[in-house]
Design a protein around this ligand. Structure first.
Ligand SMILES: Nc1ncnc2c1ncn2[C@@H]1O[C@H](COP(=O)(O)OP(=O)(O)O)[C@@H](O)[C@H]1O
Ligand SMILES: [Mg+2]
Length: 411
């Protein structure tokens, strides 16, 4: 254990307090990394800063925010958690000056050495929280004369300690927020479901008698009688109410679950065929670079089809004047355990969803449409939950909306 950190704190109290203040102001993990990277660049004069963070499976450090690097140099980059560099940083709890500590660099893994030289990394900084290494920061410069003084290295280490802690807090904060959001959605769904079940039965009985009465009197009017047309319109309205009531009941019956082995790509193909005519009618082009092969999963085909239809129809309804509907499906992951996820992405070029509405789209009965029920997405949400998946909206007003449906697949 070195004493450098306390040395740094006494020499640079001002910089450290200022830095801490910056950290306190930002709660979003991405902006936090960005502001830390910029501060480090300013304070230490390295043109390039790359922040790597432990991935969710805690196996490797992956790039988070980067400054001054060519994105193509960073794509696919990673450092092993059990690799020599990470271990050295953890044990020594101090920065590694690549050009001055050649003996240490000589003991790193081959892949790590070539990464450091390829990216012209001059300093590696551990991000430590208590005695865990939660991230690594790499400072680079094209100038091989660029050096950190001892004093700067002390300060760097002290600031990195604060930054590491702030990153972790921000990540926890985001996790907590997401969890609360899910809880809130689930609660709203449950409440709406209970209400719906009560009301649905009350509505269905009189609805059945209305329907049979209309059918009973219908033959008394001739084919050309205007009143016959009116009655037929009534019948279709009755059917519409019946459909809404059915939708409502779906909210209370998420247990009617019949999973089978199926291919997600095929399901998407079929569903897209269904909306083809409507898309053409509205002047919407469908762009669908079809995934070759299969993405297999165990799921309830009818329910998943309903989700895809809901989301695709919402996308079409967002483009009444035409536009482009881009659909893709791709498998991701594959860590050797056979567990993977597939992302279905559905993007429209419609009006987009204003930020104040985006959290509400999954609420039962939230709708901005004249004929809407506001149930499509709440039902979709509960179905996707039941499949251990996730559904997410990204939207920009004036540009359009992307819905990402994530489902676990078996290969
Ligand atoms: N692709 C989209 N573009 C813009 N707004 C959307 C989109 N998808 C959903 N929404 C918004 O979310 C609301 C709720 O959707 P949904 O639950 O399917 O109910 P409904 O379609 O009956 O309104 C919609 O009324 C609309 O305001
Ligand atoms: Mg809808």
């Amino acid at each position: 254990m070195r004493l450098r950190r306390s040395g740094g704190e006494t020499k640079h109290p001002r910089i450290i307090t200022d830095f801490n203040r910056t950290l306190l102001l930002v709660a979003d993990p991405d902006s936090l990394q960005a502001s830390v990277a910029v501060r480090f660049q300013e304070l230490f004069g390295s043109e390039r800063v790359l922040i790597l963070q432990l991935d969710s499976r805690q196996l490797s450090f992956l790039p988070g925010f980067s400054l001054g690097f060519d994105p193509s140099d960073i794509g696919g980059l990673m450092l092993e958690r059990r690799g020599a560099l990470a271990r050295w940083l953890l044990v020594n709890e101090s920065v590694l000056k690549v050009d001055q500590q050649r003996d240490v660099v000589g003991c790193l893994d081959q892949a790590e050495r070539s990464l450091l030289s390829r990216l012209q990394i001059r300093v590696c900084v551990p991000l430590l929280v208590l005695n865990r290494l939660t991230g690594i920061m790499l400072l680079g410069s094209k100038d091989d004369k660029w050096r950190l003084s001892e004093e700067q290295a002390d300060l760097l280490q002290a600031l990195a300690g604060q930054a590491g802690l702030a990153f972790e807090n921000a990540a926890l904060h985001r996790e907590q927020r997401d969890r609360l959001r899910r809880l809130y959605r689930a609660e709203r769904l449950a409440a709406a479901g209970q209400l719906a079940a009560g009301v649905a039965h009350e509505i269905r009985n009189p609805l059945t008698s209305i329907r049979s009465t209309i059918q009973y009197v219908l033959p008394s009017f001739g084919e050309s009688d205007q009143k016959r047309g009116l009655l037929q319109e009534l019948l279709s309205e009755v059917d519409r109410i019946d459909r809404i009531v059915n939708d409502l009941l779906t909210l209370t019956r998420p247990t009617d679950f019949h999973p089978i082995d199926m291919n997600l790509v095929e399901l998407l193909d079929h569903t897209l065929l269904l909306i083809g005519p409507q898309a053409r009618k509205q002047g919407v082009d469908i762009v669908y670079p079809r995934e070759q092969g299969e993405l297999n999963l165990r799921g309830d085909m009818a329910q998943l089809k309903q989700v895809l239809l809901n989301v695709l129809l919402n996308a079409l309804q967002a483009m009444p004047e035409g536009g482009t509907l881009t659909v893709s499906v791709a498998g991701k992951g594959g860590d050797g355990t056979g567990l993977q996820v597939a992302d279905v992405r559905i993007t429209d070029t419609g009006a987009g969803i204003p930020p104040e509405h985006i959290d509400k789209v999954f609420d039962p009965f939230f709708t901005l449409k004249k004929e809407g029920t506001g149930l499509g997405l709440s039902i979709s949400y509960s179905i996707i939950q039941q499949h251990d998946g996730d559904i997410e909206f990204q939207s920009e007003v004036g540009r359009g909306t992307t819905v990402i449906i994530r489902l676990p697949v078996s290969g």
